[in-house]
Write a protein that binds this ligand. Structure first.
Ligand SMILES: Nc1nc2c(c(=O)[nH]1)N[C@H]1C(S)=C(S)[C@@H](COP(=O)(O)OP(=O)(O)OC[C@H]3O[C@@H](n4cnc5c(N)ncnc54)[C@H](O)[C@@H]3O)O[C@H]1N2
Ligand code: MOO
Ligand SMILES: [Mg+2]
Length: 402
């Protein structure tokens, strides 16, 4: 049996077989960028006016009387200032007219009709105006051919905006793994079936598929009975067709817990079986080589008790599947916990903010089969194995699922 930190380290060494794919810009949200994105033109691409008002040449202007020559709207081609002492009315987003270098906003100007001419007068002290104000200079943010986004970053709406602005309609991203979620067990029926008194509906598959969906990863769902022939035949095929396999159930000490043995027979190399933790002690993990790829097929055989399944998925599997190192969150315990066994204890907990501090109330429920208890919780507090009493105010790690 290995400790939780070791199990985590072992799994993080691996990646599923890496491939890239091209997707429509909007479908790239949440994915990992597999190409670098360069600026096709300067940012902004022209001297962009930043305030509605008047534009003029700063040098030699008479703030008390400035002739308004015309208006330059956003989206119009660039206009030209004729008289260096005059101005052009200007709108935010317009290109700065040639001959102008400074913009004063409408709030600081009065424009009057005098003898059929429009005359602007600046109403604030001229010392408050600076040369070039309210002009977002061409190339002041980024310059053409500069790299805007490096390959390897995760795409959020901010990156989508940058890519849209350089005209990227399709984006090269790292392909999501092909994931199989497999429930095992003779006692399980699908949710469409009314269970007999000795049966239960399978909930683990739906829990895992839903968790993957939040990362835009689609999973194919399977149910296999506790029959060595069925397991062998189906797992052979599933292993061929998928990069990541998430099994639940059949990994403990039961007479029909065949999963580890059959995976080994199918060439999945065991990395470990059993982790010194509660829940999820019987967790099994292995890998299978893939030809011409550094990545490996990753097989997570999760213990069947739903809280164990979910903890092992959140703590160990999701970071590699989503290729996202979890943010290390720490919380302060708001309730004391006693836990005797020499195991890392992942206790379900609800978190809330108080005075800028994140507090966690452990909701231990009635154990690793009590998955309804998770609906009150946001994640698991990670309580180290070295201690048996965890006091109020103690700072511990938090594995978040909500
Ligand atoms: N003699 C021992 N017995 C058990 C040990 C042990 O160390 N020695 N470990 C216990 C622990 S801890 C766990 S966790 C479970 C893990 O068991 P398995 O991985 O073999 O899972 P199953 O036996 O197939 O099922 C356990 C439990 O979970 C329910 N289950 C399974 N799949 C689903 C599903 N898809 N949806 C909902 N519920 C599911 C299943 O009906 C069982 O009740 O073993 C202990 N035993
Ligand atoms: O891992 Mo088991 O979940 O302790 O019941
Ligand atoms: Mg079992």
């Amino acid at each position: 049996m290995i400790i939780s930190q070791e199990a985590y380290q072992i799994i993080q060494q691996y990646t599923f077989p890496q491939q890239n794919e091209k997707v429509a810009l909007l479908s790239s949200k949440g994915r990992i960028l597999a190409e670098s994105i360069t600026a096709d033109r300067d940012f902004p691409p022209f001297n962009r006016v930043a305030m509605d008002g008047i534009a003029f040449a700063f040098e030699g202007i008479n703030p008390a009387a400035i002739l308004v020559e015309q208006i330059q709207f956003a989206g119009e081609t660039q206009k030209q200032l004729q008289d260096t002492h005059a101005c052009i009315e200007i709108m935010t987003g317009a290109i700065l007219p040639s001959g102008c270098d400074t913009v004063v906003r409408y709030e600081d100007v009065i424009i009057e009709e005098i003898e059929g001419k429009k005359i602007a007068k600046i109403t604030i002290p001229f010392e408050e105006i600076t040369l070039g104000q309210n002009v977002h200079r061409q190339g002041s943010d980024k310059i053409a051919r500069q790299i805007l986004l490096e390959a390897g970053i995760r795409i959020s709406p901010a990156e989508i905006a940058v890519m849209a602005s350089v005209g990227k309609q399709e984006v090269q991203v790292v392909a999501s793994p092909k994931v199989a979620v497999i429930s095992t067990g003779d006692e399980l029926v699908d949710i469409a079936v009314k269970p007999e008194s000795h049966q239960i509906r399978m909930s683990n598959s739906y829990m895992l598929a839903a968790a993957l969906q939040t990362w835009n990863i689609e999973a194919q769902l399977f149910h296999l009975t506790d029959d060595p022939e069925v397991l062998t035949e189906k797992l052979t095929q599933i292993l061929e067709e998928h990069d990541v396999i998430l099994l639940s159930g059949g990994v403990s000490a039961g007479k029909k817990d065949y999963v580890p043995e059959i995976l080994a027979q199918l060439g999945v190399k065991k990395c470990f079986h059993k982790v010194a933790q509660k829940p999820g002690k019987p967790f099994w993990f292995g890998t299978k080589d893939v030809e011409n790829n550094e990545g490996k097929k990753l097989v997570f055989a999760l213990p069947g008790n739903p809280v164990s399944t979910f903890l092992c998925f959140c703590k160990y599997a999701l970071p590699v599947i989503a290729q996202q190192k979890p943010k290390v969150e720490q919380v302060s315990l708001a309730k004391e916990v006693f836990f005797k066994p020499n195991l890392t204890y992942f206790a379900p907990a609800q978190v809330y903010f108080d005075n800028g501090k994140m507090l966690a109330i452990p909701f231990e429920g009635s154990g690793s089969a009590d998955f309804a208890n998770l609906t009150n919780c946001d994640g698991f507090v990670e309580l180290p194995s070295e201690k048996t009493h965890f006091e109020i105010g103690e700072i511990v790690n938090f594995v978040r699922f909500r």
